[in-house]
Design a protein. Structure first.
Length: 275
């Protein structure tokens, strides 16, 4: 084959390669004469605006505050904004249901996000507040967001622990600790032995139901890091009513890595301290 024919064949091969490529793929000719496809890096996520909210009207009051450090992680920032906007939408829905009536006290949403952990492997944000739409007190708002910068995603309880055996172990540990804490609180009150026994029995029932071995009962958790930046424990957080009466407030149980690691999914074990 003459040089002209060889060149024509080479051009035809290149044209076929180009036609087979998608618009976002760039063909690269290597030294060996073979065609490879170079995928350009995905564009960086667009920044998410986290703007504090202050609204004060005769019918409702809204106050929302964000940690600006979370803006460095657009996916996390979007999750915080979505949570806040969801709570605000629920409040405004309740306000709209009033029609022309006015509440005896303004409906109120108070929500604060706080940066708990900001490390290269793990980032965590706490959301705490309440939404008042009538009644004796507001509805507690308690949420935790754990972000993994390296994989650019939120870490959820059901991904971290994937076996029934693991959730049973966590459930048993949390139930024991919460019952111990509740008993100590009850012993500090002025009541007869019979009243104490009855109260502990009632608390035990709430704790048992609120710590059943289901990921949804342990959805809110925050990492505790050691000096190397690895997770030394997870603090599981329980909103009022989940494991006790409203008066007991938000409760938590800290479970050390030694008790967790045997059940942690393989993809996440490197985040945890090994000793």
């Amino acid at each position: 084959m003459n040089r002209f024919a060889q060149g024509a064949c080479g051009a035809a091969v290149l044209l076929v390669a180009l036609a087979a490529c998608k618009r976002d793929e760039i063909p690269v000719i290597t030294d060996g004469g073979q065609t490879q496809v170079d995928h350009p890096p995905a564009p960086a996520p667009a920044p998410v605006e986290m703007k504090d909210v202050v609204e004060n009207t005769p019918s409702y009051v809204v106050g929302i505050s964000y940690p600006q450090a979370a803006a460095r992680y657009p996916g996390l920032a979007q999750a915080l904004v979505d949570y806040a906007e969801g709570a605000r939408a629920e409040l405004l829905k309740a306000v709209a249901a009033l029609g022309n009536d006015k509440p005896t006290a303004p409906y109120e949403l108070s929500l604060a996000f706080d940066m708990l952990v900001d490390g290269p492997r793990v980032v965590a944000v706490a959301a705490d507040g309440s939404s008042y739409t009538g009644g004796a007190h507001g509805q507690p708002l308690v949420a935790r967001f754990v972000w993994l910068p390296e994989s650019q995603k939120l870490l959820h309880a059901q991904d971290l622990i994937t076996t029934e055996q693991g959730w049973k172990a966590i459930s048993d540990y949390a139930e024991d600790k919460l019952l111990e804490q509740a008993t100590q609180r009850a012993q500090g009150e002025d009541m007869s032995p019979e009243e104490l026994q009855a109260q502990v029995r009632n608390m035990s029932k709430m704790i048992d139901e609120g710590t059943a071995p289901d990921p949804s009962n342990f959805a809110q958790f925050q990492p505790v890091l050691d000096s190397t930046g690895h997770i030394s424990a997870l603090r599981f957080v329980f909103a009022p009513y989940q494991v006790g009466p409203y008066s007991d407030g938000t409760q938590s149980v800290e479970i050390p890595t030694s008790a967790l690691l045997p059940y942690v999914a393989a993809d996440y074990r490197a985040l945890f301290a090994t000793q």
